[in-house]
Design a protein around this ligand. Sequence first.
Ligand SMILES: Nc1nc2c(ncn2[C@@H]2O[C@H](COP(=O)(O)OP(=O)(O)OP(=O)(O)O)[C@@H](O)[C@H]2O)c(=O)[nH]1
Length: 167
Amino acid sequence: MRVFITGRPGVGKTTTLKYVVEEVKKRGVSVAGFYCPEVRERGVRVGFKIVDFSTGKEGWLAKVGPGEPRVGKYAVQKEAGEVARLVLSSLPTAQLIAIDEIGPMELSIGAVKEVIDAALKSEKPLVAVIHRQVKLEGKIYVLDVNNREQVKKEVLKEVMEALGLQG
Ligand SMILES: Nc1nc2c(ncn2[C@@H]2O[C@H](COP(=O)(O)OP(=O)(O)OP(=O)(O)O)[C@@H](O)[C@H]2O)c(=O)[nH]1
């Protein structure tokens, strides 16, 4: 099972993915993967964190300021690799893989791309937010404000079925 969630910025992709992860975790499912929330200071975006779904450990993915390598105006942070390696180590024992997101920034950071490649190679059920420019084989939900409640339920149902769990 591979389900991808895409849609325009701010439409609710992360919220949808986190809803599904939290619902299956309530049912005792082990989830591996990460999400990359933006960080704002006084309303201005200053960078992104990377958070491990399995342990909750987080680190800076990339933030404004000096440093190499860079993704756009952001400097990639070394700690991103530490969190990514933690995620990679939890993939083998997980029942579900969840990634937010498979996008240009994540794909340009070696250790994070390694997690994404491992997830895509895995036979395990995968739910991922994909950037609208990224094309992958699988069931794709294009989220909008009118369908996001319905999509939350549909994706959860697909995951539960793939894991052999009741509703
Ligand atoms: N009322 C309502 N608000 C939502 C829903 N989903 C997301 N939001 C709100 O919309 C805003 C953006 O949600 P995200 O989940 O971060 O949207 P996103 O598509 O992941 O955003 P980007 O990653 O920046 O593209 C947040 O303030 C959410 O609280 C929803 O189902 N209902």
